[in-house]
Design a protein around this ligand. Structure first.
Ligand code: SAM
Length: 280
């Protein structure tokens, strides 16, 4: 058996290899890579005491949490919010303001915070133990661009320091689109975007909402909350797989993009539980 330090070197290079397979990971500095490795260890350790995620293996953490979060960066980088955002803020160096709604064990929020230190991330969750974990991770990784908020979206969406304050709102695996639209759009500033990563099952991507029932049923809620459905974009596979491109879409990860066109009327979001019980 090798010495402890040889084993550590071996573990780190295996972890680096896992991270290298994720999109965007090639642009990470050594420091950022170390933060991802530390986050993986912390998450798996804490997950043995508190149920935070169903993902329990190292390779799944890299692929399903880190990879899935990092590939959103390509989509975000192409949104027409960056220049506008810099013009409108007094501090030209200030980054994008992002809300991760229903952040849970921290994805995509924590991964985006590590990969893009200039972005300001607010991680919102209604579950106390999830927020305790998010705060622990924030401190352990010294992520000064992260703020954790323990609240329900239905209430936080009416708080003046949260309402219509974000350039982007992202929500992964939180609710179906008709519900999400009402929870998320009140946080987005006019001109900003709401992004929902979703799994789409079908041979071709929907070119309009009418071709996808979850999206079709969300159109009313999107409009009522001041949104305008833009498009659904395919996400790159979370892992780099040579030059292989899927010829036929059957089950694919997509991002639904909604632009905030008008202010959200004061009535939304409705009281806690209402958006879920009676979607708009
Ligand atoms: N986004 C993470 C991910 O993809 O790994 C977590 C997904 S988890 C299935 C959904 C999370 O959303 C839970 O942590 C739950 O507490 C939170 N959540 C659900 N409804 C919420 C609401 N109305 N306001 C705030 N958080 C909510």
């Amino acid at each position: 058996a090798g010495s402890a330090s040889e084993q550590t070197v071996e573990t780190i290079s295996k972890r680096d290899a896992l991270l290298e397979r994720c999109h965007q990971a090639r642009q990470l500095s050594e420091h950022q890579k170390r933060l991802f490795h530390k986050l993986c260890d912390l998450l798996l350790e804490r997950n043995q005491q508190v149920n935070l995620t169903a993902i329990r293996t190292v390779s799944d953490v890299y692929e399903k949490h880190f990879g899935d979060s990092l590939r959103l960066i390509d989509v975000i980088d192409q949104l027409p919010i960056h220049a506008e955002q810099h013009e409108s803020t007094r501090d030209k160096d200030a980054g994008l303001r992002l809300l991760d709604l229903g952040s849970g064990c921290g994805f995509p929020g924590l991964a985006l915070a590590i990969a893009r230190p200039s972005w300001q991330l607010v991680l919102l969750d209604s579950t106390r133990k999830k927020c305790d974990w998010l705060r622990e991770a924030r401190s352990a990784l010294q992520l000064s661009n992260v703020v954790v908020e323990w609240d329900r979206a239905e209430l936080a969406g009416h708080r003046p320091e949260m309402r219509e304050c974000f350039d982007l709102v992202v929500a992964r695996a939180v609710a179906r689109l008709p519900v999400l639209a009402e929870l998320a759009l009140p946080f987005v500033r006019v001109g900003g975007f709401f992004l929902a990563p979703k799994e789409y099952i079908g041979r071709e991507l929907p070119s309009s909402g009418a071709e996808w029932s979850e999206l079709a049923s969300a159109m009313h809620a999107i409009k009522l909350n001041g949104g305008l459905y833009e498009r659904t974009v395919p996400m790159a596979p979370s892992l780099v797989q040579g030059d292989q491109t899927p010829a036929v879409l059957s089950r694919s990860r997509v991002v639904v993009l909604v632009r905030k066109q008008n202010k959200t009327p004061k009535a939304y979001p409705r009281a806690p539980g209402r958006p879920q019980a009676k979607p708009l």
